[in-house]
Write a protein that binds this ligand. Structure first.
Ligand SMILES: [Zn+2]
Length: 155
């Protein structure tokens, strides 16, 4: 009896079943869970780098976070128009979803040396802000009204 038990306990199969498989399985599943937990973070980080701005009216993709530029010391500015209305604008080097419309003018311009035109949504024609054109760098940029854009992707 004693001899048989010892043999069973020391046989490679028993040792293997007792020690090896279970800890290895646990370790593997823990690794998998960690990877699953980490994945959304990585995606969110990517989203931040590639933040997309859509027209708040129609959902047309206007521009992305990579085009944000600093003009006159910042990429966000608050201005009054001649009617006294406040606009919070963000400056983008490029806004492929917007189109400049109307005559270029430097009347009441917010950025010295720059003329402006209305910048309209290519999707619905809503005014999103202004396109500024000047002789200095950058020669062209968009000042887009903060609350006329949304980072919420259309459904
Ligand atoms: Zn639109």
């Amino acid at each position: 009896m004693n001899g048989r038990r010892l043999n069973e306990a020391n046989s490679p199969a028993t040792i293997g079943r007792r020690l090896a498989p279970i800890p290895v399985l646990f370790r593997k599943s823990t690794e998998q869970n960690q990877k699953l937990d980490q994945r959304p973070d990585v995606e969110e980080l990517g989203k931040e780098e590639e933040e997309k701005f859509y027209c708040a009216s129609c959902g047309h993709l206007i521009t992305t976070g990579r085009w944000l530029i600093s003009v006159d010391g910042g990429h966000e500015h608050t201005f009054f128009n001649p009617a006294g209305i406040i606009f919070d604008i963000r400056c983008f080097k490029e806004a492929p979803g917007a189109v400049a419309a109307g005559k270029s003018t430097d009347e009441f311009t917010w950025f010295q040396g720059y003329s402006w035109q209305a910048a309209l949504c290519r999707g619905c024609g809503a005014q999103l802000g202004w396109q500024f054109t000047g002789d200095d760098a950058p020669p062209v940029f968009f000042g887009l009204i903060r609350d006329r854009l949304t980072t919420q992707a259309p459904e």
